[in-house]
Write a protein of this length. Structure first.
Length: 244
């Protein structure tokens, strides 16, 4: 074997080890990650592009409004929040506007079908406002920072204990947040190349996750095993010497 060939083989092995410790599972076993809780709640550019077709038609529950499938600022976890913003508040505003113009007490207006909507009517104006609000809240228009903040909110909600919601100090929450940061940075490095700064940052994140998971293992082994499955991380990837 030539020296160049030997260097290539060694480099490939190092990259494979690095990939394993970063992702938490072998690259040829994506199901470990795909079946995890974190993979299902995490927002990625790929998911946002795939959801573009989902908002092509109005949702009957919200009349003629086109509600995006992924909303920013935490809206979307609770379906009642969507109803409040896109169904109930527009109807209240429409009724109040009609009452103000007529000088009469506010009477709930009867909903119209999308085909009967007039852009200049009270209901048509409210539907226009709803469409504008939906576009503002559409997560596909969010920046990378806003997507990162949305993923953090989702981790806090999903990994907090039922009796202690929004527990940002919980080990499960911190490990989940570190994992989405690790995967986001890894994806960036795959697209733009490795630099000394990004590699040091990645190494620190992976080490912090290892330390957090090791602490949880000593604290409660059942929680540790459950969390590994929820993060899509194998135990061997967080134990021993890290190769990052």
């Amino acid at each position: 074997m030539s020296k160049a060939r030997g260097r290539d083989v060694k480099k490939a092995k190092v990259l494979a080890q690095m990939t394993y410790f970063v992702l938490g599972h072998p690259p040829d076993k994506p199901a470990v990650w795909d079946n995890s809780l974190l993979a299902k709640i995490m927002v990625t550019p790929q998911k946002l592009r795939a959801s573009a077709l989902d908002s092509a038609k109005p949702i009957p529950e919200f009349g003629a409004a086109h509600i995006p499938p992924q909303l920013a600022y935490g809206i979307g976890f609770e379906h009642d929040e969507q109803k409040l913003l896109f169904k109930y508040l527009p109807k209240v505003s429409e009724t109040q506007a009609w009452a103000n113009e007529q000088g009469k007490p506010a009477v709930p207006a009867q909903p119209s079908s999308p085909a009967e909507l007039d852009a200049n009517s009270f209901e048509g104006k409210e539907m226009t406002k709803v469409e504008h609000l939906a576009r503002i809240l559409d997560l596909r228009h969010a920046s990378a920072r806003e997507i990162r903040a949305e993923n953090t909110r989702r981790c806090i909600r999903a990994f907090s204990a039922p009796d202690q919601p929004n527990d940002t100090g919980r080990c499960e929450v911190q490990a989940a947040i570190l994992t989405i940061r690790i995967r986001a940075l890894w994806q960036l490095m795959q697209e733009r190349g490795f630099t000394g700064e990004t590699r040091r940052g990645l190494r620190k994140l992976v080490y912090d996750r290892k330390r957090m998971l090791s602490y949880l293992k000593r604290l409660d082994r059942i929680r540790f095993d459950t969390l590994l499955a929820q993060l899509g991380v194998e135990q061997a990837a967080v134990e021993g010497e890290l190769m990052v």
